[in-house]
Design a protein around this ligand. Structure first.
Ligand SMILES: *Cc1c(COP(=O)(O)O)cnc(C)c1O
Length: 227
């Protein structure tokens, strides 16, 4: 079997096993194949192996790939986004994972209004307060969510986080638990459904699924190292 197909099979099996351990329906977890810097031929191999959801970080790169591969597959923006790129992001992506400030949310709302679209978004939370990572401080998340929820052309589906990197995936578990707890708190506070939790990458997606992830963002475990 082509390595990409085998890798996908292994990742899906690991997701299903983690879901079963947590008594969750494996169908409640979607696999976002993060294809930043990955060659078109490898993405095609993933599509051929049945993968229908991809995550990208860079607009220019995503635009070129989407132009070729089109929309039989779904595209998510998983990385940081500048407000001045909102128009293009709204044109390209079904879900934007990393909304972390009101200025960006307003730019996305305005772009979506012009494009006649309601844009699905997640709020990115920076739980460890890492200066190198984007994301709203957990304490500021309720206020941001309430502002964003008022924007008529955005629909907030849930939260996203990227914990610090640890060699042992177990060390990420408290961050995943904290994100889920924050989501439960925000659901109670706002009455919004908030069904999506974007958490877990190649090194720790199984732990994230055990803790309630609905969107795992996996790159290297599918496509190999980005070099
Ligand atoms: C690159 C990236 C991923 C995938 O990381 P891997 O460790 O290769 O699985 C997930 N989420 C975000 C936001 C990324 O930038």
């Amino acid at each position: 079997m082509f390595p990409i197909a085998q890798n996908l099979k292994d990742v899906r099996a690991a997701i299903a096993a983690a879901a079963h351990r947590a008594r969750r329906d494996p169908g409640s977890v979607r696999l976002v194949a993060v294809s930043k810097t990955v060659d078109l031929s490898l993405i095609r191999a993933a599509v051929d192996a049945g993968q229908d959801l991809f995550g990208e970080n860079y607009l220019q790169e995503a635009r070129d790939k989407i132009a070729v591969l089109g929309r039989p597959v779904s595209w998510h923006l998983v990385g940081h986004l500048q407000s001045n790129k909102a128009r293009e992001a709204v044109a390209l992506f079904d879900l934007i994972h990393a909304v972390d400030r009101l200025k960006l949310a307003r730019a996305l709302d305005a772009a979506a209004a012009r494009q006649g679209k309601v844009q699905d978004v997640l709020i990115q939370v920076n739980q460890a307060g890492e200066a190198t990572k984007s994301g709203v401080d957990p304490a500021a998340a309720p206020a941001l969510l309430q502002e964003v929820a008022r924007l008529p052309h955005l629909r907030v589906l849930g939260l996203m986080t990227m914990p610090p990197w640890f060699p042992d995936p177990e060390a990420a578990r408290p961050y995943f638990q904290a994100l889920r707890a924050l989501q439960d708190h925000l659901r109670g506070l706002t009455g919004l459904p908030l069904t999506e939790l974007s958490m877990g990458m190649s090194g720790d997606f199984a732990v994230a699924v055990e803790e309630g992830s609905t969107l795992v963002r996996v790159g290297t475990a599918i496509f190999g190292s980005r070099g």
